[in-house]
Design a protein around this ligand. Structure first.
Ligand code: PMP
Length: 380
């Protein structure tokens, strides 16, 4: 009998809800992926690269023209210089970039701080490396960081803290003050940071994405992780990257080269060509903010409670306390079966059982999809 390395893990809630959605022909606002087309121009660039013969292994850290474009983007957006040769590695998706970073620094017995609710891969990734998960709850209703609690959770065994801004599932966007707090808290301590910034281009109401890269004392200890799928509406391509200072990146690449060696070559070539036009990423926040506004307008007639509009990402959490007292998992199942709208229960993002009676909606959908979903949700 095989002994599980992840005894607590089942099939992820995203898979469960998506297949329940299919079974009940429900509108799927559960899993985080857009139902509109990705940019055709990017498809054309990848096609051209394939036809040109860029079909063999890419260099282990990724195609240099792509890394150069990314360094340029980071410089233009955040005024930060990153060396494309030594500080950027292309990864097969944001999830694997995060796993690789965690594996690079976490040893058995190390403590890792995770702010909950949290993206569901972090905790199993820590456990696979023998790390001990220390969870710190974010504070409702806005899901901001409880800094005194984070400070109390640090011990001499703390090796890593994982942060995520803009936040999935709650849409909280870190402020300068949040980064300042982290900066002060980690000063003089031997603690690394994994900064999950896959929604960096989706911030609303004139909020700026606060990247860890622009805080020198944090940057020196950080692995910043990104995803192209989240940016260019092609989550199925599974392509991302990690930025870290050279000494950290050197160790990261040792792990990366034996996990995957390198990533899809024509996709990297296409991405490099596509990134030349800055509008492709500069317009994303406005586009997604409109989707959020449209969804919230449509939901005004419903009995779901908006505690806090999403400030970033492509998710909105809402309460259902006026509708039901069921657990969020039971409620999400019932909503799929009885009203044909699939969502994600927020308790799925906690390791410890915690139920705020909130569910997560993904609003990265065509207007018709949002309209049809809202029509059903208003009747609940
Ligand atoms: N981090 C967060 C917070 C995410 O929501 C996702 C995607 N669901 C990822 C990382 C992973 O991105 P990718 O699909 O590129 O692996």
């Amino acid at each position: 009998m095989i002994q599980s390395k992840l005894p607590a893990a089942g099939t992820t809630i995203f898979t469960v809800m998506s297949s329940l959605a299919q079974q009940h022909q429900a509108i799927n606002l559960s899993q985080g992926f857009p139902d509109f087309e990705m940019p055709q121009e990017l498809i054309a660039h990848v096609n051209e690269a394939m036809l040109r013969g860029q079909n063999q292994y890419a260099p282990m850290p990724g195609l240099l023209p792509l890394r150069e474009m990314l360094a340029q983007k980071v410089h233009e957006l955040y005024g930060v210089s990153v060396n494309p040769d030594t500080e950027i590695t292309i990864a097969p998706g944001g999830t694997l970039a995060i796993y690789t970073a965690i594996t690079t620094v976490v040893r058995p017995g190390d403590e890792v701080i995770v702010l909950e609710p949290a993206y569901d891969s972090y905790i199993p990734n820590i456990e696979l490396n023998g790390g001990k998960v220390i969870t710190v709850p974010l504070q409702t209703p806005d899901y901001s960081v409880n800094w005194p609690l984070v400070a109390q959770s640090i011990t001499p065994r703390t090796r890593l803290i994982i942060i995520n801004t803009p936040h999935n599932p709650c849409g909280y966007v870190w402020t300068r003050e949040d980064m300042q707090q982290l900066d002060q808290l980690l000063a003089g301590k031997d603690i690394y940071v994994v900064s999950d910034e896959v929604y960096e281009h989706l911030t609303f109401d004139n909020r700026r994405h606060e990247t860890i890269l622009s805080w020198p004392n944090l940057r020196s200890r950080a692995f910043a992780c990104y995803s192209f799928g989240k940016v260019f509406n092609n989550t199925g391509w599974k392509m991302g990257y990690c930025i870290a200072p050279e000494p950290l990146m050197k160790e990261y690449r040792k792990v990366h080269q034996f996990l995957c060696f390198s990533c899809n070559t024509p996709v990297q070539a296409g991405m490099a060509a596509f990134l030349h036009n800055k509008d492709h990423y500069l317009q994303l926040s406005a586009f997604m903010q409109e989707k959020r506004n449209y969804f919230l307008d449509l939901m005004k007639g419903s009995r779901f409670t908006l505690h806090q509009p999403s400030n970033g990402s492509y998710f909105q959490v809402m309460g259902y306390e006026q509708i039901s007292q069921q657990s969020d998992l039971d409620f999400a199942r019932w909503l799929t079966e009885a009203h044909q709208v699939a969502t994600i229960p927020v308790s799925a993002f906690y390791q410890q059982p915690k139920d705020d009676h909130m569910i997560r909606f993904c609003f990265a959908k065509k207007n018709e999809t949002l309209e049809q979903a809202a029509e059903r949700l208003i009747k609940v």
